[in-house]
Design a protein around this ligand. Structure first.
Ligand SMILES: [Zn+2]
Length: 276
């Protein structure tokens, strides 16, 4: 099989002081064509006008990748699920600050500067009950703001089993949000068989791709590349998605449609972006 359509990484972070353009160039050199650049939390910018600074920088990074590397780029902006710990640790009102970040992300979405709200959701490790309850409450509010604006949402959460997905789906439905425009980033391969309406985004590891090919369920692929030189090997390399496409070409006779759905149809349905 030979695949010749777009190759899209659904969750990719870049830093101006990381590999930055070089990481995007490695993705392109391996055959990648489009990236979803998600903002990275960075307390070093200071907590005043925190989201203005973090989002502005992400938009600047996206422009640099479009212009200097020549990739198609969509942007995802939103308050990271652990931001509330950062604000409450600094003696600030976490609810007010996080909602400010959500409102700004929605505003930038309405101006066409980003295509998705995220990554938002729940801490992926144990936090106090108080913080977990607040996370659920804020997620519900963010989902209903996104629903009002018609914006898709990228979720960051702990691993979800069937019950976890059901609870998220319940929250999504009561927020008036279309479940099919909500994406679970860093989902597990077994999530493909849970029958959830929430969209699955899989880490592009070899075992995950082999599982995906065997079950043939729609999913995004991602690296969750974090571009942090101080943590080498923390995540899979930036060129992993195009490399897995080459692997699928070797190992699968008839995977064109599956790949095309991951890189073209799903981005169009969920984010209203057209990668070709
Ligand atoms: Zn991320």
């Amino acid at each position: 099989m030979r695949y010749s359509g777009p190759v899209f990484d659904n969750h990719f972070h870049l830093r101006e002081d990381g590999l930055f353009r070089e990481a995007a160039r490695a993705f392109k050199a391996a055959g990648g064509t489009a990236l979803n650049i998600v903002n990275l939390p960075d307390p070093s910018v200071g907590l005043d006008r925190y989201y203005e600074r973090v989002y502005e920088r992400t938009l600047r990074i996206a422009d640099a990748i479009r212009e200097d590397v020549g990739l198609q780029v969509m942007v995802t902006l939103g308050p990271y699920p652990l931001d509330l710990l950062m604000f409450s640790g600094a003696g600030r009102d976490p609810e007010m600050e996080v909602m400010r970040g959500a409102e700004l992300a929605i505003k930038l979405y309405s101006e066409g500067l980003c295509s998705c709200i995220g990554e938002v959701g729940l801490p992926h490790f144990r936090v106090s009950d108080e913080h977990m309850d607040l996370s659920w409450k804020l997620l519900g509010q963010i989902l209903s703001m996104a629903a009002d604006e018609g914006a898709p949402v990228m979720l960051h959460t702990m691993d979800l089993g069937a019950d976890g997905y059901r609870r998220i789906e319940g929250l999504t439905v009561s927020a008036g949000m279309d479940r099919r425009r909500v994406v679970k980033h860093h989902a597990l391969p077994q999530d493909l068989l849970l029958g959830t309406e929430i969209r699955i985004s899989l880490l592009a590891t070899r075992p995950n791709i082999r599982h995906w090919i065997s079950v043939r369920k729609p999913a995004f692929l991602e690296t969750d590349y974090v571009d942090d030189p101080s943590k080498p090997g923390k995540v899979i390399p930036p060129d992993s998605v195009p490399k897995r496409v080459r692997m699928a070409e070797q190992e699968c006779e008839d995977c064109e449609e599956l790949l095309h759905s991951a890189f073209h149809d799903l981005p169009a349905e969920v984010y209203s972006v057209d990668f070709s």
